[in-house]
Design a protein around this ligand. Structure first.
Ligand code: LLP
Length: 385
């Protein structure tokens, strides 16, 4: 069974469970993103929500990318990690007043606004501070992302964004306001999108929207296509870097840019997913009547994606090269959804073996919880271990 490369002896000595990050792979991914985006002068803002581990953030900040934040806490973490304020954008359907203030006080580059109600409050707070808030309107483009229902966002019935039918009305309100300035339009249609035709549809829809805006005499400086590029959860060893080349090329081929316009992206998962693995030890191998269970010391408290989205993560037994057997791999949490995988093929597994749950760098550590009074997972890095 082909496995990832891990410094096994060093990892074995650490208390489990913990996240292990391959910093070389992260840096290689960042280089590819920069090269591919650079071909078209596209700006990339890393979606901090995917992984806000301070070390990971500082490596990404060091590569020159911007940050896409969805909370005041993420803005603070990004500034601390070294992202310059003028490369920070702030999105989210429910920005609290203090979060808007944090954005304004730090002169971030853009507020991605999702409703007229929010626009009014940003304007009000900006008036009080004597500042003008740069705004991009998040538009719901009604493009199907063909992904898991819980991570689809671009359709009309989602809570996100301004519906196409209401855009004109929101523009009327915005153009009356003194302390907000429309600088861009923003889209995000969903996550873990592997069918690039969804991005084709998005580029075409954005051309139509630009025409509508121009009919009203509006030309924006920025077009932001959000995140969503999927990764290969099944083959992390063969395909460790997402298809950034095709992704940017698809948009470039179809998008009709106006003079001086800047294109932005907000990838999260595709930057950090493959560099991270959750490492966990086997507590017990339980022989059932029809199955064998591998019971790990990690559960959905450390990695919630399988329980929450039925997500697949490849599982490898790093300690064994014996013949493959079939197991259900589960965690110790007292809930039947605490299952990492059913009928998983693993090299013969015993108590104490070290297992890796792969492709867990995105929405893994950052979504960990303390349910059952468990401790949050630790992290370690390939270049400092
Ligand atoms: N921009 C916006 C406005 C977003 O809402 C998101 C993700 C991104 C960018 C980054 O998307 P990405 O490139 O990572 O697909 N916890 C779920 C994923 C939730 C994604 C939420 N929004 C999971 O574990 O699959």
């Amino acid at each position: 069974m082909l496995k990832g490369t891990f410094p096994l002896e060093k990892l074995k000595a650490l208390p489990t469970p913990f996240y292990y990050y391959n910093i070389e792979l992260l840096k290689e991914t960042l280089n590819i993103v920069k090269t591919e985006a650079g071909k078209y002068n596209y700006q990339v803002h890393y979606a901090v929500k995917a992984n806000a581990n301070p070390r990971i953030l500082s490596v990404i900040a060091g590569s020159g990318l911007g940050a896409d934040c969805v909370s005041g806490g993420e803005i603070e973490a990004s500034l601390k990690a070294g992202f310059p304020a003028d490369k920070i954008v702030f999105a989210g359907v429910g920005k609290a007043d203090w979060e808007i203030e944090t954005g304004l006080d730090n002169d971030i580059s853009c507020f991605n606004v999702e409703s007229a109600a929010e626009l009014r409050i940003i304007n009000e707070i900006a008036v009080a501070k004597g500042k003008v808030a740069p705004i991009a309107l998040r538009i719901n483009p009604e493009v199907d992302a063909h992904t898991h229902a819980k991570i689809t966002t671009g359709m009309k019935e989602n809570k996100f964004g301004i519906n196409l039918g209401q855009l004109s009305q929101v523009l009327d309100i915005l153009l009356q306001m003194s302390h907000v300035r429309l600088t861009g339009i923003h889209f995000h249609i969903g996550s873990q999108i592997t069918d690039l035709s969804s991005f084709q549809a998005l580029a075409i829809r954005s051309n139509e929207i630009q025409e509508e805006l121009e009919a009203r005499g509006i030309r924006v400086e920025n077009l932001n296509f959000g995140g969503g590029l999927g990764i290969d959860y099944y083959h992390p060893n063969h395909l460790p870097v997402a298809t950034f080349d095709n992704y940017f090329a698809v948009i470039h081929r179809l998008l009709k840019l106006r003079e001086g316009q800047q294109v932005h992206f907000e990838p999260g998962r595709s930057i950090v997913a493959q560099c991270g693995s959750l490492l966990s030890k086997v507590l017990y191998v339980k022989e059932g009547e029809t199955k064998q269970f591998v019971i790990l010391d990690a559960g959905f408290t450390e990695l919630i994606r399988p329980a929450m989205y039925d997500a697949y993560h490849r599982i490898e037994n790093l300690s064994s090269d014996e013949a493959v057997e079939v197991y259900d791999v589960v965690g110790p949490i007292c809930e039947s959804s605490d299952v990492f995988g059913k009928e998983v093929e693993l090299n013969r597994t015993r108590r104490g073996d070290l297992l890796a749950l792969r492709s867990a760098g995105a929405y893994g550590e950052v979504m960990a919880s303390q349910y059952n009074c468990r401790k949050l997972p630790a992290s370690c890095f390939s270049d400092t271990i």
